[in-house]
Design a protein around this ligand. Structure first.
Ligand code: NAP
Length: 431
């Protein structure tokens, strides 16, 4: 049986998972794929700490160059995370003629273009199934299963930490701070969860999905990103009253000849499939023209789910190597009907608005006057119970409105003397 040698850089959580799977499923994999996958070397900064897997010390090295420069290694599996030196290691390895597997969405979002170009020039492949949704096979689904489709939109709940926090707030009425504390206690949030909570991790994954679905490389600076740290328990409760759930969505959406690429908290109707995705689970909802609306659901993180996806990439590469094939990293065919990215000002959405106003005659009329001036039409208004000092939350749902008009109207409303807190606006999707 043909042997294919791999080297792994990064022997942490996912690296250990990959080694476990390759050891424990060795014969099953060889039977299925007709190739023996051999781990030739593993690199990590720390090669003394005992890992949760048995591995001969001779297989370990602190020097990535021992893997990159080894002519017998065909595939390099980068599981160290971060941008540099992961980027340099992959570029060097491509130059040495090796194929790559990575789970590193941050690297793909920041340097994907450079890495894929280098891979194409060298006739090598980069696989990255674990980079979005961990074990959910969404990359292959878009690249292969849905290859003939065009996508009107892709909606993703792709960050388990923020989904857990929003779920807790919705389930037990927790404040944002309490929900974050619970997430940390359970190991679902980093000590500093900013990256997850403020939508940056979701944006990285969205860039990867946009790349696959639309053949378009979007820069991080061009993704509109708003996190969930400003979501209050009352917004969650009003959402429930109105028949919605709040989710942090990563959205790529084609509108005419433009593409919107955005991450933000979103009101989703309770009946929408994505609204039922709770806790740390992830899901990607793709609207395609041939296959229809599809949802891919599963654990979006964790050692075995991510390692399962990494192993599937390794297996794919072994098959290509065995067949002497080069399959380009992605179908780099751009959707040529897309002329550019839509600017945030031009986004059109329905909105939930919460206005905290003094409860006295005439205030609502002033607010309606401003909304009317900016062409904003209201689908529903609810005036909630009085709070301290005769202040009431007024909750409105708008019809479709341009973002710039909504922002301008809220800015004017915020200036009214009877308004006691900055207005809150959350976009509504899925209706
Ligand atoms: N965890 C998940 O559920 C999950 C899911 C999907 C994708 N991913 C992605 O998978 C990758 C790995 O994640 P992980 O959770 O396994 O991280 P991890 O546990 O921190 O493992 C990374 C390992 O790489 C080592 N390392 C860092 N820089 C290195 C270098 N220059 N040379 C050699 N070794 C180096 C780290 O050592 P030190 O600890 O000493 O720095 C650590 O042992 C990341 O890109 C992540 O985004 C993770």
């Amino acid at each position: 049986m043909r042997k294919i040698n791999i080297g792994i850089i990064g022997f942490g959580n996912i690296g250990t998972g990959v080694v476990k799977i390759l050891q424990q499923r060795k014969s099953l994999l060889s039977q299925k794929i007709g190739v023996e996958i051999v781990i030739k070397k593993i690199c990590d900064k720390d090669i003394t700490t005992k890992r949760d897997v048995n591995i001969d010390k001779n297989f370990l090295t602190r020097e990535a160059s021992e893997i990159i420069n080894d002519p017998q290694i065909d595939v390099i599996v980068e599981l160290m995370g971060g941008i540099n030196p992961a980027r340099e290691f992959i570029l060097q390895a491509l130059k040495k003629g090796k194929h790559e597997v990575t789970a590193n969405k941050a690297l793909l979002a920041e340097c994907g273009s450079e890495l894929f170009t280098e891979a194409a020039e060298r006739g090598r492949n980069i696989c990255f199934e674990a980079s979005v949704g961990a074990g959910i096979p969404i990359i292959k689904a878009i690249k292969e299963g849905l290859v003939a489709n065009k996508f009107s939109s892709i909606f993703g709940i792709v960050n388990g930490t923020s989904n857990y926090v929003l779920t807790q707030m919705s389930t037990d009425g927790s404040s944002f701070a309490n929900a974050i504390a619970q997430a940390k206690n359970k190991g679902f949030a980093e000590k500093d969860p900013t990256f997850d909570i403020e939508g940056f991790d979701s944006a990285h994954k969205l860039i990867v999905l946009t790349y696959l679905a639309y053949g378009k490389i979007v820069n991080m600076k061009d993704v509109f990103i708003e996190g969930i740290s400003q979501i209050s328990a009352s917004d969650i409760a009003y959402a429930k009253d109105l028949g919605y759930k709040i989710k942090l969505l990563a959205i790529a959406k084609k509108e005419g000849d433009e593409l919107e690429v955005r991450v933000h908290p979103t009101f989703l109707p309770k009946g929408h499939l994505l609204a039922s995705v709770d806790g740390v689970f992830n899901a990607i909802y793709a609207s395609s023209d041939l296959a229809g609306d599809l949802m891919f659901y599963g654990p979006g993180a964790g050692q075995f789910p991510a390692a399962s996806a990494v192993v599937s990439d390794i297996v794919d590469l072994t098959q290509d190597i065995k067949a002497g094939l080069f399959r380009p990293t992605l179908n780099s065919i751009q959707d040529t009907s897309i002329k550019g990215l839509r600017k945030i000002d031009e986004f059109e959405n329905r909105y939930y608005i919460r206005i905290t106003a003094v409860d006295k005659p005439g205030v609502l009329a002033k607010i309606s006057g401003i909304l009317g001036k900016f062409g904003i039409s209201i689908a529903s208004v609810t005036q909630k119970e009085k709070l301290k000092a005769q202040v009431v939350p007024v909750v409105m749902v708008t019809h479709e409105v341009k973002e710039k008009n909504l922002r301008a109207a809220l800015k004017s409303i915020d200036k009214l003397a009877d308004i006691k807190e900055k207005c809150v606006a959350i976009r509504i999707e899925g209706v």
